[in-house]
Design a protein around this ligand. Structure first.
Ligand code: PEP
Ligand code: MG
Length: 669
């Protein structure tokens, strides 16, 4: 038997995500693994049990391992804890920390005296207008039947409900992965809860004692949720809501379709509720729901972030007065200003409807022309490509008008697992993506881990500044086997489409030379077709030396997320610097301008409508954006004149602040 002590350094202790990584790591091994804290001793392979320990930041846990692979298990857990249990630099809860891809639109402040008649004020959570009758979503209790069909039959219906629940959660994860990865992670935790041995065993014991599956499930969930709710740590206690949420999902399935089902009106509605769970929000039917408002909650709550990912206007934290609005009452919900106008007069309704119609028309027109090229008024074509993370995204991108993939973030294949994907596994994925894109160019970025994306099986010495540490290409060059396997997989897939290879985080010409040599050697070994090889411009050093790189590389792609972070020395996930860390800062634009050669932009800035004319004017050949932005970016390009954009870009380069650049665009448009 082995015994180890771990100090949990995660900012918020062993809460949902790190606990999930800890438990998943433990589950890879056969040994019996127990976690001890004070007088409590629990199964390390049970997520609920580990959460129930309530381990706080700085807490020390003892881990006992007993079995054939105890040495390996101890080592894996040690690495997982040392690398932050999926939280890199031991970041706090994801929703608060990592808002970059789904930042709430800066709420337009509405002065108190400007609050319209019958207006309610909340906090803007997801932009857009929703006009329609209110429908209050009330939590309805699920009715559990009384009968007992026998141990085997009850166990079988539980297994069926669990399988359906897991499949639905996997769908939700997939749906959210591209736009709200942190929120997708919540549903991964829910999935993990459904495979929790301790939980399932407790339910099984109750079924053996003649409780039916519904009763057994409900009482067990309540017991576990109450145990978590009683913890004196509010963040960990809040996980009780997750247990109840996932518990309810299974209970509904066990009770049959009708029990506890909401009876929706037969027309679209603006939903109001005391609060919405992430599952409630993610399963709102966009055909029936125009937007929603909640009495409690905040703009960084998971439900708000999901609303933004689903393009559903939302206002939160309106107060309990919200729930006094009678079903069927007309409202105008403004998700950008946080105001809800109750019973608006005809003029207000007309104005809001006009605004909505104009925005919808623009979106519709953009979608209708999504498959057409993006050509400026003076006949210059810009390629619009997609940023993707996997095969599903590629299929989606191809159907949404993407003219290629400007960035495949391959790290998604490597995250959240105990061992790296094999060369063959990678080959299959790259091949499927190449095929899904039907010959359109696909830029595959080699593994960009480290920084905020640690892997349990890649050991990195603890670093004070992981974003300035072993990350991206420099990490891979130190682990040539990892890099060689990936390059072999890409080059083997090269015959199935039009693949390109791109290296992330290049700071130095010698790194480029080492990586390019590896590609050449492997290509020769495999007798693979030639593929263009390029680099990302995301470190200021590379931007400053772009003229030298341009003589050797086949293409550049500007990663504005990191280029902004490193140029301005502002953490890209910093919660209070978000407003200042602006990719339209003239220094970032100068870095991007220096690129020359064929150049794409694959950072968030590519989808910012104010940035589009400037990037066009700087001479960018391709904008690579998230799939839902493709049609809109193409539509924007069609409204621009390249010659004018060039003048605008020249002026932008001469500005002194990002604000000046934004004002310039605002005025010139
Ligand atoms: C970037 O840095 O702009 C980029 C596209 O890469 P990532 O966001 O994956 O770091
Ligand atoms: Mg980057």
């Amino acid at each position: 038997m082995k015994q180890l002590n771990f100090v949990i350094d995660n900012a918020t202790g062993l809460h949902a995500r790190p606990a999930k990584v800890f438990v998943k790591t433990a589950k890879q091994f056969k040994s019996d693994i127990r976690v001890l804290l004070g007088s409590k001793k629990v199964n390390a392979k049970s997520l609920i049990a580990v959460l129930g320990l309530g381990v706080k930041h700085g807490g020390t846990i003892e881990v006992e391992l007993d079995g054939v692979d105890e040495e390996l298990a101890a080592e894996a857990l040690q690495t997982a804890v040392a690398t932050g249990l999926g939280e890199g630099d031991h970041k706090p809860e994801p929703a608060a920390a990592k808002s970059a891809p789904s930042k709430p639109a800066a709420p337009t402040p509405v002065a108190e005296d400007k609050l319209p008649k019958n207006g309610l004020r909340g906090v803007a959570a997801a932009p857009g207008l929703a006009i329609g009758p209110v429908f209050q979503l009330r939590q309805t209790a699920v009715r559990i039947a009384d009968g007992f069909a026998g141990v085997e039959a009850e166990q079988a219906s539980l297994n069926k409900a669990l399988a359906q629940g897991k499949a639905a959660l996997a769908d939700l994860c997939r749906q959210l992965q591209a736009h709200a990865p942190d929120e997708a992670a919540i549903f991964e935790v829910h999935q993990e809860l459904l495979t929790d041995d301790d939980l399932l065993e407790a339910v099984q014991q109750k079924i053996q004692a003649q409780q039916n599956a519904g009763q057994a499930w409900q009482t067990t969930i309540e017991e576990w949720a109450n145990q978590l709710a009683a913890l004196d740590d509010p963040l960990l206690a809040a996980r009780a809501a997750d247990v109840r949420d996932v518990g309810n999902r299974i209970l509904k399935l066990l009770a049959g379709d009708e029990s506890g089902e909401v009876e929706w009106p037969d027309h679209p509605v603006v939903v109001i509720a005391h609060d919405l769970t992430p599952s409630d929000t993610a399963t709102l039917d966009p055909q029936k729901v125009l937007g929603f408002a909640t009495a409690v909650g905040g703009p960084t709550a998971h439900s708000a972030i999901i609303a933004r990912a689903l393009s559903l206007p939302a206002v939160v934290s309106v107060g309990e007065g919200l729930l006094e609005i009678v079903d069927g009452t007309a409202v105008i919900l403004n998700g950008s200003s946080g105001v809800i106008q109750v019973n608006p007069d005809e003029a207000a309704q007309k104005e809001a409807k006009n605004q909505l119609a104009v925005a919808k028309k623009q979106q519709q027109a953009a979608r209708e022309r999504a498959a057409e090229p993006a050509i400026t008024l003076d006949n210059h074509r810009v390629e619009i490509a997609a940023n993707i993370g996997g095969v599903d995204d590629a299929q989606n991108a191809n159907q949404s008008g993407a003219e290629g993939v400007g960035l495949l973030r391959t790290e998604f294949l490597f995250l959240d697992r105990a061992t790296p994907p094999s060369e063959d596994e990678q080959f299959q994925v790259y091949r499927q993506i190449a095929e899904a894109m039907e010959g359109k160019p696909v830029i595959i970025r080699t593994l960009d881990i480290g920084g905020d994306k640690p892997l349990p099986y890649v050991k990195v010495q603890p670093e004070d500044n992981p974003f300035l540490g072993e990350r991206g290409l420099r990490l891979c060059l130190n682990r040539p086997e990892l890099m060689r396997e990936q390059l072999r997989a890409i080059l083997r897939a090269a015959g199935y489409g039009s693949l390109r290879i791109m290296f992330p985080m290049v700071a130095d010409m010698s790194e480029w030379h080492a990586a390019k040599t590896m590609v050449d050697e492997i290509r020769a070994e495999l007798d693979a077709p030639e593929v263009p090889v390029g680099i990302m411009i995301e470190i200021p050093a590379a931007a400053l030396m772009a003229d030298l790189f341009a003589q050797e590389v086949d293409f550049f792609s500007i990663g504005t997320n990191d280029l902004t972070q490193y140029t301005l020395a502002m953490d890209r996930m910093h919660p209070t610097l978000a407003g200042k860390s602006d990719g339209l800062h003239p220094a970032v634009l100068r870095g991007a301008h220096a690129a020359g050669k064929w150049v794409g932009v694959c950072g968030e800035l590519g989808a910012d409508p104010q940035a589009t004319p400037i990037l066009l004017g700087l001479g960018v050949d391709e904008l690579s954006v998230s799939v839902p932005s493709i049609a809109l970016v193409k539509a924007k390009i069609r409204t621009l004149n390249r010659a004018k954009a060039q003048k605008l870009a020249a002026k932008a380069l001469a500005c002194t602040t990002a604000r000046e650049v934004r004002d310039l665009v605002g005025v010139t448009k």
